[in-house]
Design a protein around this ligand. Structure first.
Ligand code: GDG
Length: 496
């Protein structure tokens, strides 16, 4: 971690993300503090501790306002505080318009090319703009306050406009942004009003470095800039945009996980007994255990997966009692109707499948519809014989990587949608197309029938590949690229 901090030299790292690293909540008459689950927070928190930076984020907890000072600041983590958290507070209308509205009802489906879920409203856009301004303003204030020159790092699609505003209000040494989800081709981005496309792309061009998970998304972004921003020069050969007298580097940095952490979780003694319990309950006598883990989100291909499973048991009755599917489906964004509908559809399809195929001693699908702990998750990843990832589109998909990290017994097969970023960086998975149900069924069968030797060989190769690129390599490579950009600029000052 110290090595990662070195990339910053003596600069102050100011991070902007929608989710905060520590949230205070009222619970049973007390105030409790918790770290929201998710790979990103757990990777960036150690980085911030090592660099003593400033993290600007939405203060979403019910007790957040009373646990910081009047400017929204507090020192975190609670034990041994080492960096500053600056909370920005949003009212209900702002959350509805900026977060649920433009971010999650417009940009999220558009970036995942699932246009049937796309919902644009002027009001959403107005809120998104205003909230981006609010956050950017807070970041600019931190840049001015910082004791050393600042490097700003923006996370994700919630802040498409922030970089340009921060640049207009302050002078950080460098601004970069990581876009965690896919970026759509221009024919899809065109669904937004013309002035919105223009503002969004110009907002993103406020960065010095804009980074994506894969070449495909980076090229889509370059293509959109070429088509919609006439005064920018988009150079797709060199992954750079020349715009407003500046050069914006377009980078590709596939995100990863803390591999050791997951491996350790899977090796804990409690995990061993969890694996035994799970296998004893659902995978007795040669029955195989399948696993899926996702937020209930229409991008994850949950109905498609259930359709493939129905077809598998329908067409291959020899698979009845030979394969149990554990579906961990974590509730998500249930304020939005499309998510609630999906949830209902999922529950009723699981019920239908179980009613149709269950036998006296076997339940085809075991649905866990709640948030489970990372420990329980690690046990399930280790216990599984196959892991099904069927996203219709997915920036990366960390579940696939977590499964590999926890497969310490090397018995499992990864069945992976070719439309995930993960499919572009993992070589030995069985790739499927979730839109082609017949092919999907073949992929599951191929996994179920794979010999132990081949499973071990593939799993060893995938685990080796994973170990060679962890979340810390991802962090180090992004920060080192920012250093290179700053260095190159100092060596060759821009022409007057
Ligand atoms: C976005 C992009 C990109 C899920 N249920 C539980 C739980 N999880 C954890 C998983 C995993 C994370 O949530 C989900 O990460 P994914 O990458 O699969 O998907 P998104 O949430 O859509 O993430 C994605 C990612 O950002 C990072 O850049 O890969 O493409 O869409 O870590 O384990 N964790 C716990 N309990 C649960 O019930 N503890």
């Amino acid at each position: 971690m110290q090595d990662i901090a070195q990339h910053l030299e003596d600069r102050t790292l100011i991070l902007l993300s929608n989710r905060e690293p520590y949230e205070h909540r009222h619970a049973d008459g007390r105030i409790e503090i918790r770290q929201p689950p998710g790979g990103l927070v757990s990777a960036l928190d150690p980085t911030m501790r090592a660099t003593h930076g400033i993290w600007v984020a939405w203060g979403s907890g019910s007790a957040d306002a009373e646990t910081c000072n009047s400017e929204g600041r507090l020192m975190v983590p609670p034990v041994d505080p080492s960096y500053s958290l600056r909370r920005v507070f949003l009212d209900e209308g702002e959350v509805d318009g900026y977060y649920l509205g433009f971010s999650n009802a417009a940009l999220w489906p558009l970036c995942h090319m699932l246009v049937q879920h796309f919902e644009y409203r002027d009001e959403y856009w107005d809120r998104y703009r205003a909230v981006n301004e609010k956050f950017a303003h807070a970041v600019a204030a931190e840049v001015k306050r910082a004791e050393s020159p600042a490097v700003v790092w923006i996370q994700d699609y919630h802040f498409g406009l922030a970089a340009e505003i921060i640049r207009s209000q302050s002078s950080p040494t460098l601004i970069h942004q990581f876009w965690h989800i896919p970026f759509p081709p221009s024919d899809i981005l065109r669904l937004l009003p013309v002035d919105v496309i223009d503002a969004l792309l110009r907002g993103m061009l406020g960065n010095d470095l804009i980074a994506f998970q894969t070449d495909r998304y980076a090229l889509n972004f370059l293509g959109c800039v070429a088509e919609f921003i006439p005064d920018a020069q988009s150079d797709a050969d060199n992954f750079v945009v020349h715009y407003g007298g500046r050069s914006i580097v377009v980078g590709v940095f596939p995100i990863s996980i803390d591999v050791e952490k997951y491996e350790h979780l899977a090796l804990e003694p409690e995990s061993v007994s969890r694996v035994e319990r799970l296998r004893d309950r659902h995978a007795r006598g040669g029955c195989q255990l399948g696993l899926s883990v996702d937020r209930v989100d229409y991008t994850k291909g949950i109905p498609e997966r259930l359709r493939a499973l129905t077809q598998l048991w329908e067409r291959h009755p020899e698979m009845l009692e030979r394969f149990t599917m554990l579906v961990v489906a974590t509730p998500s964004r249930s304020e939005l109707a499309s998510y609630r509908d999906l949830e209902k559809e999922m529950m009723s399809t699981v019920r239908e499948i179980n009613d149709r195929f269950r036998t006296e001693k076997w339940e085809p699908i075991v649905l866990v519809h709640e948030n489970v702990s990372a420990e329980v998750l690690a046990g399930a990843y280790r216990a599984a014989d196959i892991c099904l990832v069927s996203s219709l589109q997915d920036g990366m998909n960390l579940v696939a990587k977590e499964f590999l990290a926890c497969q310490v017994d090397e018995r499992g097969v990864l069945v992976l949608s070719r439309f995930t970023g993960a499919a572009e960086v993992i070589d030995d998975a069985i790739l499927i197309n979730p839109f082609n149900i017949d092919g999907f069924v073949d992929g599951i069968r191929c996994a179920l029938e794979m010999s132990q030797d081949e499973r071990r060989l593939r799993m060893q190769r995938m685990r080796m590949q994973l170990r060679s690129w962890t979340i810390f390599d991802w962090l180090a490579s992004i920060l080192s690229r920012t250093c290179d950009i700053i260095g190159a600029r100092t060596e060759a000052p821009s022409q007057p």
